[in-house]
Design a protein around this ligand. Structure first.
Ligand SMILES: *Cc1c(COP(=O)(O)O)cnc(C)c1O
Length: 611
């Protein structure tokens, strides 16, 4: 059913509100997204925009710490709470800057899963914050960990297998560098939930089995490195929809922790529960993608750990989390201009009735004019009958193309009107008609570049126009991007219907916002059709107004070609030579054409129509 609020209450976490038909940031001076977009576009920037709001990152970090600190207080828990941001979720400088800035007062640290991310962590982490390193590591990466430790970082290398542990022991023997803290990733028999539940379980890609953990303890003991073992780690998967599996995992990992303490692992003090806190991506009340709040999550974790440790007589450990999606998903909004509506042909303004029309068309016109709440289904059925007859008349040569066009426009508008009059009372028939009447909204953006998880995993992202929100949206919408790939489409889906407005984009703007796109989408995004990332803006909102504190241009066409290995000079030379040798235009024209060409090559590849 069309919904003017686009279920903001389900997914937006009060980050946005609708006022006077505009979607506004629910923060300080409350600017509308539309005014921000207009301001940016007035500077001559076209195409899709990625807007970042650092205050939303700060809000999430604060929520994380406050909820855990509260739970610790309420449960009289003796251990502390620490957190790190997993860089793989978003490594872009503007994001890492916002994360470390907002996290400074909490000593919020960084998690790295590759050499490049480790270097990033070493160069960006706040002083005294923690760095954790997960994922497979070779001797070089382990040595980087030793270097970080020698530089004074609180760094923990989590071993994913015994081989890695042996390499750590080797490096410790070989070098005079300071040995980092060591964590052990445990392989749990309890499994995760949700589409990403590949990280937990007995056949998981990562982690040590109980036998291997015991072996690890004896290896560490022999090498006199048991004092460096400070952490037990697990991560059951991203976007956990249900709280039950994390509780099972926690019971298991908590017991492993307590057992190891009892076996003499005296330096063990942290239990790292990984990431996985879910973000609400659903746009319909009945289909929420997770069943818990952060408050419930944090109090369950704290309560359970206290319970396990108290039972075994072990001190309460410090709780570590590595939730990333939860921290940054909401901060970024993709704004895509709508370039075209594909069923505009059926708009009433195209109707060109003649002085004298075939009787059936006159009747259609009457049906349309006199339709009301009471008679609309009957009139609709009459209209559907008439169109069948009219199409037959056309095939037999009795009416002309203009008549046919008029008939099609009238019937489409009759169906539209019936759907409008009967909104909220869907029948199978109306639903079927509705799918035929879908409007296709062509957006100036690439789904492959900006919403790769929609393409790869069918992940739904909240979508809504950022203006016109005082008007009920009535058009069932499917969204097409400008790649020439038929997968670049978000089709209309009866389970998750999206309704948009009937807009004449030649006369006015229409911008769609795609929300919660701040986690994973950016580095997963691909340059399909050679579309680069959109222009990006960091927007800081104050009590009086807002300002743009960072702007990163989308890549221009020459940069994109250079990225995939072309010599841009060779390309330019070739174009120049061909132009010079052209016999189709005169010399004067050649110079102007060359500057035009150079201008195009230095712009990004998104469409640059006026709206
Ligand atoms: C990916 C990952 C995370 C982050 O998961 P989110 O679902 O984004 O919270 C945390 N820890 C590890 C080990 C990971 O691999």
């Amino acid at each position: 059913m069309p919904d003017k609020s686009y279920a903001l209450d389900v997914w937006s976490n009060n980050n946005f509100i609708v006022e006077n038909g505009l979607l506004k940031l629910n923060f300080k001076s409350m600017p509308s997204l539309y005014e921000i977009v207009k301001d940016i576009r007035n500077e001559g920037i076209k195409g899709p925009l990625l807007l970042r709001f650092p205050h939303l990152i700060k809000k999430q970090i604060e929520a994380l710490y406050h909820n855990f600190q509260n739970a610790i207080e309420i449960n009289n828990y003796k251990g502390g709470f620490k957190a790190v941001f997993p860089l793989k979720v978003n490594q872009f400088p503007e994001v890492v800057k916002a994360v470390t800035k907002a996290g400074k007062r909490y000593n919020y640290g960084l998690e790295a899963g590759s050499k490049a991310e480790l270097i990033l962590a070493m160069s960006q982490a706040n002083k005294d914050s923690d760095i954790t390193v997960n994922g497979f590591k070779d001797e070089e990466m382990i040595t980087l960990g030793f270097i970080a430790s020698s530089m004074g970082h609180n760094i923990t290398l989590t071993v994913e297998g015994l081989g890695e542990l042996k390499t750590i022991i080797d490096v410790a023997k070989k070098t005079n560098l300071k040995t980092p803290n060591i964590g052990i990733r445990v392989r749990l028999h309890s499994v995760g939930s949700g589409a990403w539940a590949k990280s937990g379980g007995m056949d998981a890609k990562f982690g040590l089995s109980s036998t291997e953990i015991l072996e690890a303890i004896s290896l560490l003991n022999e090498a006199r490195l048991l004092d460096n073992l400070t952490m037990i780690h697990f991560h059951i998967g991203s976007q956990m929809s249900d709280i039950a599996p994390i509780k099972r995992a926690l019971r298991e990992a908590g017991n492993i922790y307590a057992e190891l303490k009892m076996l003499g692992a005296d330096s063990l003090k942290n239990i790292n529960i990984g990431g996985g806190l879910a973000v609400e991506y659903e746009q319909h009340q009945s289909q929420k993608s997770h069943n818990y709040t952060l408050e419930e999550f944090s109090s369950s974790v704290v309560f359970l750990l206290a319970d396990i440790m108290d039972t075994k007589g072990v001190e309460h450990p410090t709780i570590f989390t590595e939730s990333g999606r939860f921290v940054v998903a909401s901060h970024a909004v993709l704004i895509a201009p709508v370039l075209e509506l594909f069923s505009q042909d059926y708009q009433e303004r195209h109707l060109k009735l003649k002085e004298k029309n075939p009787p059936l068309i006159e009747e259609l016109k009457e049906l349309y004019d006199y339709m009301n709440q009471k008679n609309c289904i009957e009139y609709l059925h009459d209209a559907l009958d008439h169109i069948e007859s009219l199409l037959t008349l056309f095939d037999l040569g009795y009416i002309d193309l203009q008549d046919r066009s008029n008939a099609e426009i009238l019937v489409h508008n009759i169906i539209k009107k019936a759907l409008y009059l009967k909104r909220g009372q869907t029948t199978t028939e109306l639903m079927q008609l509705q799918s035929h009447l879908q409007e296709r909204y062509l957006i100036n953006a690439s789904i492959f570049q900006s919403l790769p998880d929609y393409w790869g995993l069918g992940q739904h992202f909240p979508i809504m126009p950022i203006h016109h929100l005082d008007v009920e949206p009535l058009r069932p919408a499917s969204i097409w991007d400008i790649t020439c790939d038929s997968d670049g489409e978000i089709a209309f889906n009866h389970q998750k219907p999206l309704y948009l407005h009937d807009i004449n984009v030649e006369e006015e703007d229409y911008f769609l916002g795609f929300f919660n796109v701040g986690a994973y989408q950016e580095t997963l995004g691909m340059n399909h059709n050679l579309f680069s990332y959109p222009n990006q803006f960091t927007v800081e909102i104050s009590d009086e107004s807002y300002k743009i504190t960072d702007h990163k241009d989308s890549k221009n066409i020459l940069q994109i070609l250079s990225d995939i290995g072309y010599e841009t000079k060779t390309i330019l030379d070739k174009l120049k030579k061909d132009l010079k040798n052209s016999t189709f235009i005169d010399e004067k024209e050649k110079n102007a054409t060359l500057s035009l060409l150079e201008k195009y090559l230095n712009q990004n590849g998104y469409l640059r129509t006026t709206n």
